[in-house]
Design a protein around this ligand. Sequence first.
Ligand SMILES: Cc1cc2nc3c(=O)[nH]c(=O)nc-3n(C[C@H](O)[C@H](O)[C@H](O)COP(=O)(O)OP(=O)(O)OC[C@H]3O[C@@H](n4cnc5c(N)ncnc54)[C@H](O)[C@@H]3O)c2cc1C
Length: 531
Amino acid sequence: MNPSSKVVVIGAGLAGLVAAFTAAQEGADVVLVARGPIGTGTNSALANGYFSGPSESYPRETYIRDTLKTGRFINNAFRVDLTAREAGRAFEFIHFLGLRTRSVTAGRFVESPVSGVIPGVTLMKRLAELISRHDRIHVTRGFYVTDVMVENDRVLGIRGISKTGGETFISAPSAVLAPGGAGAIYLRNDNQKKTLGQGYYLAAKAGLPLRDMEFVQFFPLVLAEPHLPQFILFPPYPREAKLINASGEDVMSKLDLGDINNAIMTRRDAFSAGLHAEIKSSRVYMDFRDLPGHLWDVHPFSVLKKMKFDFRSRPVAVAPAAHFFMGGIEADEQGRTGIDGLLACGEILWGLHGANRMGGNALTECIVTGALAGRQAARNERIAPAVPLPREASTGRPASAHSPAKEVLKGVLRRIKEISFSHAGVVRSEEMIREGLSLVEAMKLQLKNLVLVDSGDRILHEDVASALFVLHAVLAASQGRQESRGSFIRADFPEEDPARWRKNSCLHYDLKEERFSIEYAAPREDSFFIH
Ligand SMILES: Cc1cc2nc3c(=O)[nH]c(=O)nc-3n(C[C@H](O)[C@H](O)[C@H](O)COP(=O)(O)OP(=O)(O)OC[C@H]3O[C@@H](n4cnc5c(N)ncnc54)[C@H](O)[C@@H]3O)c2cc1C
């Protein structure tokens, strides 16, 4: 590894790969680091491949209005405008990758040439191929980033645990954060299992505030059969698909949610809240029994067909599951955060989605922000020389399968997932939040005096600390929001309160005290803000 690499990109999902590729195309030497495989094994690889954005059939004003309306008008208008302007370039990039797409009114789907392959896998494999052939990109797999190193508000590089277990520094004047979200801190989620909010923790440790962390999107229709994975039912749903309860009632009509495909794209909040309430009295099932036979050979049914469940003869139980984090860190048009040389892209960013994300906006955001951050990172390199840091600070003991600390950490992680789901889920209240916060404090103590013997322990400890940090952030931000808007309901403040609460929350983390302080700011008014 080059100890004075110019641009280091953290994360090998869609945002990170686009950032790495763009920076390299701009002439920078890039080190791409990720804990797992490049492209695959990320949330991006699980995606349905749906990109939203303005087009000839979907005017810019309509796209902006839909994004704001879905986000309950607390989106950051600047980011909405930016995505509207740049989405065309994202579509061009997909075209450049040579992928097959299918246009629909509000965007386009990437299609897999092979039946039964998730579109995200097709997309990410293609990008990973491009990255692996690029002579300016050095790929470092199995590198777990523990810190972004900052001095005088300026990035020096990153620190992490390498594949061999040693603590390693990589110096760079530019670091691009693309570590994704935190959906897997919830017991029910459709994310990759290590999506535990490491990026939010890295950012907060480096001194960045976190915005709107209370807003976690739940996807309404995720498999809820005990022997099946918590797998998302990819939209669109054909008209023969029916959502029913145990008495056979049509759930969409009962909950007054209108058309199922419209609800899944723009009303995931109301849809999940409705199902959450319905499931208390009856299980809810997706009934695919009337589907024409040929549909089982095309996406998305060809993916389901591979599972050990006879969807053609039995309705399948479904329930909401954590899917996406709307909150995160703030960046400007070029992806610059409040720390000089630190850029960010992808799901970790705050602003575009407001209180609830419109379907297709996450992937578009990954390409738009990945390209902008990559370009800016390459420019930084030209003006700021790399500051060399030591390469390997210590050699570590490689991970072993078992240790006393691992057992404790796995238990705490399990508890975090349960508490996230029960206390920071679709419905919250002051009482639930307070109880959740006191459970967080108890778990912090459990993490304190553990003896970590190998790199596996250290990585798991960092994962659990990240998940606990994010749960703490979600609860703290939810406590301040005394109304019901977007992705969750405050049972004790059931109404939306536009007069007092059209605001964004901002959490500042005190690393020493392990405490958050919270402040609010009204969203910026812009001429295109439509109510
Ligand atoms: C099932 C599913 C379907 C979806 N479908 C769609 C869709 O069709 N359209 C849409 O717009 N959105 C969709 N989304 C949302 C979208 O896929 C994600 O928001 C997006 O892919 C996130 O991309 P990312 O690059 O920011 O992060 P990710 O793809 O999650 O990648 C994060 C990367 O960071 C690495 N990483 C994290 N922490 C560390 C660390 N400490 N050290 C080293 N590496 C680290 C990970 O290993 C990984 O490589 C879907 C999400 C899910 C879960």
